[in-house]
Design a binder for this molecule. Structure first.
Ligand SMILES: [Zn+2]
Length: 378
């Protein structure tokens, strides 16, 4: 279907008297969250909106490729369907009649789903994605189904049950009438390569369907990058799985949380020797973060650790050994300093379920006290 026919038919029935530019904006707001200023087309310098005349021209001639590419991976047909189904049934009935020449089975009950599908296809085609034949589609879904039964659980865990497509992040678990069910597909990343685990990714159905049509090497490269990060993280998880961490660390964190600004201000530390463990030039963000936490918290955390150790609530030496063992294993696996820091934070978070920031403060403590990162003297 041509966009101009799709647009004018909908405008005719559901625009509530909006003019073309107003309805254009309203229609796209139904299918995407991407704001107008990010549609990749020229903005009016005064209003910071797309000129009304440009929108009128898109309504007549179809949407520009760049615009379609900007939104194609951020489509929410479910929002569009919900919005259309909230319109009066008379309007949907008329719409169904209008569209019956395209699909004889359109009714007021399914006109939202059917037109959502067309709308998505129009945007995909405008983005330069060629629609696949029924046969090709069937083949892809068949592969996806096979991969799902083989690797589904593993790949879902790998992405932690959220769609890893850049900018998406939809949950891959849906709840419906009190039941939880998985909602995802398994996609080949590089379609020219074999379907082994390192070339497969769990995606939400929407990103999956769009990526199936997307032959751009740029998207493939982006997904390979995503996969690499996920693999590295999961590798670290497996590495640290059997390493224990004292649960007494929860007590340490809950005391850190209670520290008052004045208590902290009275006991700050200048972490001069930190530069021997973390070079600012290597990763300044990490260095400055750790440095700030050490300066603010180190002295008080040491007091907390020693106190808890005296009362038998934590075995301080044991915790130091455990931290060092965790560090050494990650270091041996050639993880970067940033990865090492984040993986230890993650491990503490898993053990304690405490907020990430406090876990970071604890790891920063162990950096300064030399269990994490080796001092390099030059
Ligand atoms: Zn997605």
């Amino acid at each position: 279907m041509e966009f101009k026919d799709f647009f004018s038919t909908l405008k005719n029935r559901i625009s509530n008297g909006y003019d073309v530019p107003e309805f254009f904006r309203a229609l796209f707001a139904m299918i995407t969250d991407v704001p107008e200023e990010n549609w990749g087309t020229k903005l009016d310098p005064v209003t910071q909106k797309i000129k009304d005349d440009s929108l009128r021209s898109y309504a007549k001639r179809g949407i520009p490729k760049k615009f379609a590419q900007q939104i194609v991976y951020s489509l929410s047909p479910e929002n569009y369907i919900e919005s259309l189904n909230s319109r009066p049934v008379e309007a949907r009935k008329l719409l169904a009649d209008d569209f019956s020449s395209y699909d004889a089975e359109v009714t007021e009950d399914n006109v939202a789903e059917k037109t959502a599908k067309w709308f998505v296809e129009i945007i995909q085609t405008a983005a330069g994605m060629a629609p696949k034949s029924e046969l090709e589609q069937q083949k892809q879904y068949q592969i996806a189904g096979e991969m799902k039964s083989k690797y589904g659980t593993y790949l879902l865990n790998e992405v932690n049950h959220f769609c890893p497509f850049p900018g998406c992040g939809r949950s891959l678990t849906k709840t419906n009438a009190g039941k939880a069910m998985d909602s995802y597909e398994i996609s080949l990343i590089d379609r020219s390569k074999a379907s082994d685990l390192s070339n497969l990714l769990a995606l939400c159905p929407q990103c999956y369907a769009t990526y199936c049509l997307d032959d751009s090497p740029k998207t493939c490269k982006a997904l390979l990058g995503v996969k690499k990060i996920l693999e590295s993280h999961n590798h670290s998880l497996a590495l640290l799985d059997d390493l224990p961490l004292e649960k007494g660390i929860v007590g340490v964190i809950s005391r850190i949380k209670k520290l008052k600004e004045t208590e902290l201000a009275e006991a700050s530390l200048d972490p001069k020797e930190l530069k021997q463990k973390l070079k600012p030039a290597d990763n300044f963000a990490l260095y400055s973060q750790v440095s700030l936490f050490v300066m603010t918290y180190f002295v008080r955390i040491r007091e907390i650790m020693i106190n808890l150790d005296k009362r038998g609530e934590i075995d301080y030496e044991e915790v130091q050994d455990q931290m060092h063992a965790i560090y050494k294993r990650l270091k041996k696996a050639k993880k970067t300093n940033m990865e090492i820091f984040n993986e230890i934070v993650d491990k503490i978070h898993r053990v304690t379920l405490q907020e990430n920031t406090y876990c970071q403060i604890v790891v920063a403590y162990f950096v300064q006290s030399c269990e994490v990162f080796d001092a390099v003297t030059e």
